[in-house]
Ligand binder design. Structure first.
Ligand code: CMX
Ligand code: CO
Length: 182
């Protein structure tokens, strides 16, 4: 089905690696290296966060603080998403910061409530950083991947977010995150 739709150069661009897992530059001799070209063309700029479903937010925050020494960057309730949540800072990178997002459902019929009932606690989704979430949605949608959100919604720390359907992304609920301007 997706073969008939316009294809995004972002999604189809192959990554060249040699047998040792290193990038090679055979197709681009004497030119810029793969990392430089990827930085210009890749849709994802970083892993923004890993979302984890938890039953008791305070208990989980304490465990992450005590065990891994992480600190809470923000804590909020997102009524629309049906969660109480905390972002725990992991690291800064050139394209922005990375976090662990702990998610406790505020309603059993919410996405995280249903996930917990079915699977118990664990990894719920991956959030990737993008420069422009509307452009990313248009480009990904054109490949035939179902968009849970056709328009961006309000996410943690003022970000604009949108989800892709896990049934079209290899079973991994995938979130696009355009961080708030600093
Ligand atoms: N990861 C992988 N698969 C998932 C999933 C997840 N997190 N959540 C649901 N699924 C799968 C289920 O296992 C189920 O598969 P089967 O049909 O094979 O059994 C299927 O998707 C349908 O599951 P469901 O529980 O009936 O859920 P719904 O169809 O009602 O909703 C989805 C699924 C993805 C549309 C919904 O979870 C959603 O809208 N998610 C995006 C919003 C969200 O997750 N918000 C919370 C986080 C907020 C934040 O990060 O800020
Ligand atoms: Co998230």
């Amino acid at each position: 089905m997706s073969a008939r739709l316009p294809r995004s150069p972002h999604l189809l661009r192959p990554r060249h690696r040699d047998d040792h897992g290193n990038h090679n530059d055979h197709e681009n001799p004497g030119n810029r290296n793969d990392h430089e070209r990827e930085a210009e063309t890749a849709m994802f700029t970083r892993i923004d966060h890993v979302g984890i479903a938890v039953r008791d937010l305070e208990k989980s925050i304490s465990w992450y603080e005590t065990t891994f020494g992480l600190t809470v960057a923000s804590q909020e309730i997102n009524e629309e998403q049906g969660v109480r949540e905390a972002m725990l800072f992991v690291a800064d990178g050139p394209a922005g910061s990375s976090y662990v997002q702990l998610l406790e459902p505020i309603r059993p019929d919410s996405p995280v409530g249903k996930f917990l009932a079915r699977n118990g606690e664990g990894v719920h989704h991956i959030g990737y950083g993008v420069d422009d979430v509307e452009n990313a949605l248009a480009s990904i949608g054109a490949t035939g991947v179902r968009l849970v959100d056709k328009r961006p919604r309000h996410g943690s720390m003022g970000a604009s977010i949108a989800f892709l359907h896990p049934k079209d992304t290899g079973g991994v609920l995938t979130e696009l995150v355009q961080a708030a301007k600093r």
